[in-house]
Design a binder for this molecule. Structure first.
Ligand SMILES: Cc1cc2nc3c(=O)[nH]c(=O)nc-3n(C[C@H](O)[C@H](O)[C@H](O)COP(=O)(O)OP(=O)(O)OC[C@H]3O[C@@H](n4cnc5c(N)ncnc54)[C@H](O)[C@@H]3O)c2cc1C
Length: 375
């Protein structure tokens, strides 16, 4: 009987999942070695929906631009969102202009545009739901397709991750609902985040996309069994009721970077949500998805050395940041520290900028942010 290893179709890199992380990895591999045979697999046909707040940090678009993608075309039709209003669990509030404007782009639109950019750089795409991933002495076999290296970019419930690691530990996964609604009156160009000490860490958001619609949602970190849908919706309504109908209401889990698994040696790399890289303070994950995808795609052409190369470059790019966010997530288990930080943001734009940089991209705990956290 022929073994899977004897299958004739061979790729340099197979990327499982064509979301932002997977597209970034596939393009980075092609740019690292033009002519590399890179296959991108996704179970969905694009455009497809993805449960998300749709907030795109400027730094995420920077990475896409570094990958040769047209960031302006990707954001076309969705004007920059300049301001952010934060309400802390104890009631402290701040609203300021962000140092770098964000965008709010429905993922149905964003991800299809990113995939189109990847295809224009010579990546091949096939619709296929991956079920098995198997290491062999000379490569990896994905449902019978052979590759030198496989990048698992298949999101929060990653099949590739499950082949390598146990489930993330309790307290390192969040659950959130999102929906679409008409933009609330008086909120143009302003993202709003409303935190609550009930079921902390928990917050509701309203992110207008500049077209008259807003992405609205509510999420909390799971410390025990997930609450029922009815309980979550009740908590959301109590915190931030939405005027009018909530369309396309859906829930999804967020694997936080506080529970990310180690990056192993070898030929199977994990990126984005598959590697559990979501910011534990904000739920931002798209920046980490594209940055980790970029680094994994570059490392993927190193064959058996891909895992160790990816681990080293990830540590250099994001190691300190992850240590600082883990520390910040731990100390802000006491919600009054968030109130203190928000009050400090009211007094000093630079503290606000530092807080956003660590919450949305690769920032660090700066001395003035640490001072601001003192109640
Ligand atoms: C409610 C909610 C709100 C959020 N809000 C924000 C926000 O405002 N800003 C932000 O930056 N981040 C936000 N995030 C996090 C963000 O959505 C993720 O971090 C980001 O989508 C990760 O990108 P990814 O490419 O790793 O995974 P995904 O975007 O999930 O892409 C994974 C892809 O893999 C495919 N796939 C899955 N399994 C298989 C399989 N077996 N075979 C083939 N293909 C497969 C899927 O179809 C999908 O296309 C939010 C998350 C949630 C749940």
């Amino acid at each position: 009987m022929p073994t899977a290893d004897a299958h004739p179709e061979r790729w340099d890199v197979i990327v499982v999942g064509a979301g932002p992380a997977g597209c970034a990895a596939a393009v980075a591999a092609r740019r690292e070695r033009p002519g590399a045979r890179v296959l991108l697999l996704d179970r969905a046909a694009f455009p497809r929906d993805k449960v998300c707040g749709d907030g795109i940090a400027a730094e995420a678009l920077d990475v896409l631009a570094e990958l040769g993608m047209d960031a302006a075309a990707i954001a076309d039709g969705y004007p920059p969102v300049e301001r952010l209003r934060l309400s802390a669990p104890g009631g402290a509030e701040v609203e300021r202009r962000m140092a770098r404007a964000a965008h709010v782009i429905p993922r149905r639109v964003l991800d299809a545009r990113i995939l189109a950019e990847a295809l224009s750089q010579g990546v091949e795409f096939r619709r296929h739901a991956v079920r098995t991933v198997q290491s062999t002495p000379h490569g990896v076999v994905v449902d019978g397709l052979r590759a030198d290296v496989v990048v698992g970019a298949d999101g929060a419930e990653s099949v590739v991750r499950r082949a390598l690691h146990p489930a993330p530990p309790a307290g390192t996964v969040a659950l959130a609902f999102r929906a679409y609604a008409d933009e609330p009156a008086g909120q143009p160009g302003t993202q709003v985040i409303t935190m609550t000490s009930a079921h902390w860490p928990a917050y509701a958001w309203s992110f207008p996309d500049g077209t008259g619609r807003a992405n609205v949602g509510y999420g909390e970190v799971l410390t025990a069994a997930p609450p029922s849908r009815a309980a979550m919706l009740e908590r959301w309504d109590a915190l931030a009721p939405t005027a009018g109908t909530r369309d396309a209401l859906r829930a999804h889990r967020l694997p936080l970077s506080t529970g990310r698994p180690p990056v192993p040696d070898g030929r199977i790399l994990l990126v984005g949500d598959a590697q559990c890289l979501i910011n534990p303070l904000t739920g931002e994950g798209i920046f980490y998805a594209v940055r980790s995808g970029q680094l994994a795609g570059r490392a993927a052409l190193a064959g058996a050395g891909a895992g160790s190369l990816y681990r080293r470059t990830m540590r250099r790019a994001l190691g300190r940041h992850f240590r600082h966010t883990t520390l910040l997530a731990r100390v802000t288990r006491a919600p009054r520290l968030i109130d203190a930080a928000v009050r400090a943001c009211r007094h000093d734009q630079r503290v606000f900028d530092d807080l956003l940089r660590i919450g949305l991209a690769d920032g660090l705990l700066t001395p003035r942010l640490v001072t601001g956290l003192r109640p």
